[in-house]
Design a protein around this ligand. Structure first.
Ligand code: S3P
Length: 447
């Protein structure tokens, strides 16, 4: 996808439902007591994986006029529909959220399960969830040490835990929280900085009582008791902020653009990208939208303005972790140097995103260098716009590494070029945002 002109992007759009919230809604509705209704769910492949896994664990679901209906089986009512001696085989595809959060629930079940995924997922670290789950009493056996997929998990009688994670990861936090539902007594979990709190909000909506504390140094601690039941959900899922971020960036790259994005989720654990953009000089207004959901929503109004380079690091990083690829793209077009620090986690995503970004950016002749925990980019500013209007020399191929966010990031940068950037694979975008290219096409068509 690319444009051959720099006509301003103008319009008003809605992105698809939030992926993180959809995963949690499917998983928690499956172990609730009774029927949940979920509206506006994310339609990407990752969330479908989660839904299929829960179907294999005996949870009926269907779509009707109200939305996605999930007939929860209760905390201890899951049962494999088909299985072998080694347990039910669950295909998590490319989805780290499916694999990790599902382990939190499987750790509480009294049947074994075998989890596997694609090549990318099989390389991603699972030790971070295996360690606390083992401490709670689950058995997790992988083919390597530290653990990666495929893995075998057997659970049952869990006990509570007091656990301090080295990384600010919502996936690790959610895995431990989900397992803690099954444990006797009170569990405590601390992370170095707060990560997105969708799991906490949803569990509270379902009747769990969670106590949250933040230390003066920014560490975040949760305590939660085990429980016997969760109430079903009646939930409307807001637009996915991470998908919105890539469209916001498109408007910030193309002069005179003005874009409105409706009903986007603006959970503060997700909107670090907006804070960074405002520091870069962006003109973005958020207007809260009233809703009964525990997740805040807003309409976002974005107007083009030239950006300046900035440094991002520390507690901002978990709040914009999935937006760092598109931040890097904007840094290429900003005036001055930008640095991403404290973001070693980027190496463990669907690809090593530091390497993927560095090689793509460098191939375009923009100066960048990898840092052990991030990236430094020398923004080409106005030069990038001018050079590309007169046709820059394009690389033979930019490798998206089958990573949806890398593919979206370079597809947005491609809008600045006369010729489409040659990207190795963009079909992977349907992992999180099947609506992304149709929305971009609609915007370009209305120019
Ligand atoms: C997610 C948390 C983040 C994020 C991922 C989705 C979630 O991962 O990068 O895309 O839904 O909890 P980490 O928890 O590994 O940082």
């Amino acid at each position: 996808m690319s444009s051959t002109s720099l006509a301003p992007l103008r319009g008003s759009l809605s992105v698809g439902g939030d992926k993180s919230i959809t995963h949690r809604a499917i998983l928690l509705a499956s172990i609730a007591d009774g029927k949940s209704i979920i509206r506006g769910e994310n339609k990407g492949i990752d969330c479908l994986r989660t839904l299929r896994c829960m179907q294999q664990l005996g949870v009926p679901s269907f779509v009707d006029s109200q939305g996605l209906v999930i007939e929860g089986r209760g905390l201890r009512g899951l049962h494999p529909v088909l299985g072998s001696a080694s347990g039910v085989r669950l295909d998590c595809g490319n989805s780290g959220t499916t694999a990790r959060l599902l382990c939190g629930i499987l750790a509480g079940q009294c049947f074994p399960a075998f989890l596997f995924g694609d090549r990318s997922l099989s390389l991603r670290p699972m030790e971070r969830i295996a360690r606390p789950l083992r401490q709670m009493g689950a058995s997790i056996v992988g083919q390597s040490d530290p653990v990666t997929l495929p893995l075998q998990i057997a659970g049952g009688a869990l006990h509570s835990i007091s656990y301090r994670s080295q990384v600010a990861s919502a996936q690790v936090k959610s895995t431990v929280l989900f397992a803690s539902l099954y444990a006797e007594g009170e569990s405590r979990y601390t992370e170095p900085f707060p990560s997105r709190d969708h799991s906490e909000r949803m569990l509270e909506q379902m009747g769990a009582s969670i106590c949250r504390q933040e230390s003066p140094r920014g560490a975040y601690t949760l305590t939660m008791e085990g429980t016997d039941r969760l109430s079903p959900l009646d939930l409307t899922i807001p637009g996915d902020f991470s998908t919105a971020a890539y469209l916001i960036a498109a408007a910030l790259l193309i002069p005179d653009s003005a874009l409105v994005l409706r009903r986007v989720g603006v959970n503060p654990g997700r909107t670090g990208f907006l804070d960074a953009l405002r520091q870069m000089g962006a003109d973005i207004r958020t207007e809260p939208v009233f809703c009964s959901s525990p997740e805040p929503q807003a309409d976002l109004y974005i107007r083009y303005r030239p950006l300046r380079g900035i440094n991002v690091g520390g507690s901002l990083i978990p709040r914009m972790i999935d937006e760092l690829p598109i931040f890097a793209v904007l840094a290429c077009a900003a005036e001055g140097i930008s640095r991403i620090r404290d973001a070693k986690e980027l190496r463990y995503k669907e690809s090593d995103r530091i390497q993927a970004l560095l090689s793509g950016i460098s191939a375009l002749g923009i100066k960048a260098r990898a840092l052990p925990d991030g990236l430094e980019i020398e923004g080409a500013g106005e030069l990038l716009h001018r050079a590309n209007r007169t046709r820059g020399i394009l690389p033979s191929c930019i490798d998206t590494r089958g990573d949806h966010r890398i593919a979206m990031a370079f597809s947005v940068l491609s809008l600045l070029y006369q010729e489409p950037l040659p990207l190795s694979d963009v079909s992977c975008v349907s992992i999180s945002a099947p609506e992304f290219f149709p929305l971009l096409k609609k915007l370009l068509a209305s120019c």
